[in-house]
Design a protein around this ligand. Structure first.
Ligand code: KG4
Ligand code: ZN
Length: 380
């Protein structure tokens, strides 16, 4: 089955075509036939964060170029009713102007379904992808699967070399991104129980906000992580102490906004020099890691999980990865740890194609008329 995935939930515009076969856990394998990924991060960096309407405009501009990268060029043209398409894309005029000439010069690709992220994410950004999927579904006459972005992170974390890793349910997923911090228990594919989440800022959001306070560019995660590494490498002594919010509270919920406030109070006394920034970055990264690791390990024990998967942009953080691995080993916990390689940890469309494929196998297609973007869609 060939699945075209579309992802526009935040600031990555991504389209990916895969061919997959087999069922979940049985003879599953896939090949990436084409992949287009455009990160708007450099653009949003100017503003210090992602602005939903700018993200939306950029998605509209970049979706057709990403589609070209995902689908090998096929000579010919697609026959479609231009008026219907224009009506369908009335809210996406720029996208429509790019899509029409593409369709006039490209034949219908040989695909079986379209998987599109319908949430969670930034609603205006999600809508562009959703409308794009609806339009393509109509002109090509292919069914659509509405895919949950977080499930995409989970499913991608389960892959290894174009196959499913050997793993066993139940699994616990720690999903840490710019918009989410969640602990989710899954006992079988497609079923999720949200056992903990952030009560305020997401982990990635905290990285981004603290980076901003330190005068570092967006996205802040990699920047903080780089400074923290330098601090560790040089072995500089610990010069300050940040809180570990909710570390000892008897809940799997998180809170990260207090960390940002604590950093703000310190920088308000005057700008930090390079050494102080390094020290702050390390202390902040340690604080986030302490809380994430402690709660995750507690959940691994409490829910008796066999597999721990970590997904979302923050899982690209090498320190957090190492800490999780070390904590499991220290406890002698046999749970298997699965984390995607850093380059696949951040948003992409492969994860959407993959998650969509398993739902397509079960014929969970949506009625295009009812397909909508859901900014705050929960996984569980
Ligand atoms: O999953 P993702 O690409 O997009 C969302 O769905 O949010 O995650 C982006 C987030 C940003 O907040 C970014 O700062 C963070 O992931 N991030 C990192 C690292 N790389 C990306 N955070 C900490 N350390 C990193 N190395
Ligand atoms: Zn994400």
């Amino acid at each position: 089955m060939k699945v075209l995935g579309i992802e526009t939930s935040c600031d990555e515009t991504a389209v990916c075509l895969i061919e997959a076969q087999g069922d979940f856990g049985r003879e599953f394998g896939f090949t990436v036939l084409g992949n287009g990924l455009f990160s708007q991060a450099a653009l949003h960096a100017q503003y210090g964060g992602v602005f939903p309407n700018i993200a939306k405009r950029e998605h509209a501009k970049n979706l057709v170029p990403m589609l070209r990268q995902a689908i090998p060029d096929i000579a010919g043209k697609t026959t479609f009713d231009e008026e219907t398409l224009r009506t369908m894309l009335a809210r996406e005029p720029e996208l429509c102007e790019l899509l029409i000439p593409y369709l006039h010069t490209h034949a219908r690709p040989n695909i079986d379904c379209i998987a599109v992220t319908h949430g969670p994410g930034l609603e205006p950004a999600l809508w562009v992808g959703v409308n794009f999927a609806k339009a393509l579904g109509m002109v090509w006459n292919v069914p659509i699967v509405a895919t949950n972005h977080m499930e995409g992170h989970v499913v991608l974390s389960l892959m290894q070399n174009d196959r499913l890793s050997a793993f066993e349910f139940p699994l616990l997923a720690l999903l840490i991104s710019g918009g989410h911090t969640e602990l989710v228990v899954s006992r079988r594919f497609g079923e999720y129980e949200l056992v903990g989440q952030t009560r305020d800022d997401a982990a990635g959001e905290a990285f981004d906000k603290v980076a901003r306070l330190l005068g570092l560019p967006y996205p802040g995660g990699p920047e903080i992580s780089r400074l923290a590494r330098r601090a560790r490498d040089t072995g500089m002594p610990r010069a300050l102490e940040l809180p570990r919010p909710m570390l000892h509270e008897d809940t799997f919920d998180f809170s990260f906004s207090g960390l940002k406030t604590a950093v703000r109070r310190i920088v308000e006394h005057g700008p930090l020099d390079e050494q102080q920034k390094m020290s702050m970055a390390r202390e902040f990264e340690d604080a986030v890691a302490d809380v994430l690791v402690a709660k995750t390990l507690r959940a691994v024990d409490q829910f008796g999980v066999n597999t721990l998967v970590v997904g979302g942009g923050v899982s690209a953080n090498l320190h957090i990865r190492d800490r999780l691995k070390a904590a499991l080993e220290e406890e002698g916990n046999p749970a298997k740890l699965l984390i995607p390689p850093p380059e696949l940890a951040t948003d992409n469309a492969l994860m959407i194609s993959l998650a969509g494929y398993f739902h397509a196998l079960q014929k969970e297609f949506v009625d295009p008329a009812e397909l909508a973007a859901h900014g705050n869609l929960k996984l569980a």
